[in-house]
Design a protein around this ligand. Structure first.
Ligand SMILES: Nc1ncnc2c1ncn2[C@@H]1O[C@H](COP(=O)(O)OP(=O)(O)O)[C@@H](O)[C@H]1O
Ligand SMILES: [Mg+2]
Length: 264
């Protein structure tokens, strides 16, 4: 059964898509069979990896409604171990289409179930809007990775996302948990960034990951090449940081699965 992670924040531009594309590539490079699910109707992961054919299709929406089999939409990417479930702008209509469905935040979880055995990891990139899509992604993965751009305004978004997580735990599933906060777009030459890192360490040291991601030109440039930075500049510091992130996440999730088995 795949371990699943949703990359979540309520603030756009925090590095969600960058984390999703590079974390999934890092896991695949480390030998894990990985599915990247683009669950943001802005289709940023699909665009990045060059899968714009899905634009005309309403595939994910059909799969959520039980009218399509998710495995039919999965695409092979440039990496052997990495598959992509591309998105289309049709998902913008999800709020309307799913509004009358019973337990409408459990639909992604159900749709992914038939392919779950085929992967070690499923990584889900989601829209920053807190609504039915985000709730589906939270419930489907249960494990949440929250990238935080190291700026004062981005820090404020953490509290609101924590509140959403808390409510999902109370109302839907108490096994939903935050795997880690990831300091992203770090530039320690900037005083505001140093202050933000200190605040993160003071207030969230229990969930702050050891790994952080620097703001780097190589990361930005890799988008235009349709690859992760790990393939675009394998010897770069950024490539190493994303590989370290994959190792740290894998350790945390393996530990938590073992803990749950022992408790059972
Ligand atoms: N570590 C980084 N270094 C340089 N640019 C980055 C980095 N992370 C993200 N960016 C850039 O910041 C912008 C927003 O990132 P993105 O991952 O799309 O955020 P989100 O998905 O949260 O909206 C993009 O232009 C992206 O290329
Ligand atoms: Mg995005």
């Amino acid at each position: 059964m795949a371990k699943k992670i949703t990359i979540l924040t309520s603030k756009g531009g925090s590095g969600k898509t960058t984390t999703a594309v590079n974390l999934s590539a890092a896991l695949a490079t480390q030998g894990k069979r990985c599915l990247l699910v683009d669950f943001d109707p802005q289709c940023s992961c699909s665009d990045w990896l060059g899968y714009t054919d899905a634009e005309e299709q309403s595939f994910i929406l059909d799969a959520l409604l039980g009218n399509a089999d998710i495995s039919d939409g999965i695409q092979q990417t440039y990496l052997d171990n990495l598959h992509l479930l591309p998105c289309s702008m049709h998902l913008f209509q999800a709020e309307t289409h799913l509004s009358n469905e019973i337990a409408n935040d459990t639909l992604l979880s159900m749709a992914l179930e038939p392919v779950s055995e085929q992967y070690d990891y499923i990584v889900i990139d989601v829209t920053p809007t807190m609504g039915v899509l985000a709730y589906n992604a939270i419930y489907a993965a249960k494990n949440l990775l929250i990238p935080v751009e190291t700026s004062y305004i981005a820090m404020r978004a953490i509290r609101s996302i924590m509140k959403v997580v808390e409510l999902m735990q109370q109302r839907r599933d108490d096994s939903i948990s935050i795997v880690g906060l990831l300091a992203s777009r770090v530039d320690v030459r900037q005083t505001s960034c140093k202050q933000a890192l200190e605040l993160l360490d003071n207030h969230f040291s229990n969930i702050l990951l050891d790994t952080f991601i620097n703001d780097a030109v190589a990361v930005k440039d890799s988008v235009a090449y349709g690859q992760s930075v790990i393939c675009y500049k394998p010897k770069s510091k950024s490539a190493k940081q994303f590989l370290d992130l994959a190792t740290e996440i894998d350790k945390r999730l393996t530990k938590s699965v073992k803990g749950k088995k022992n408790a059972a």
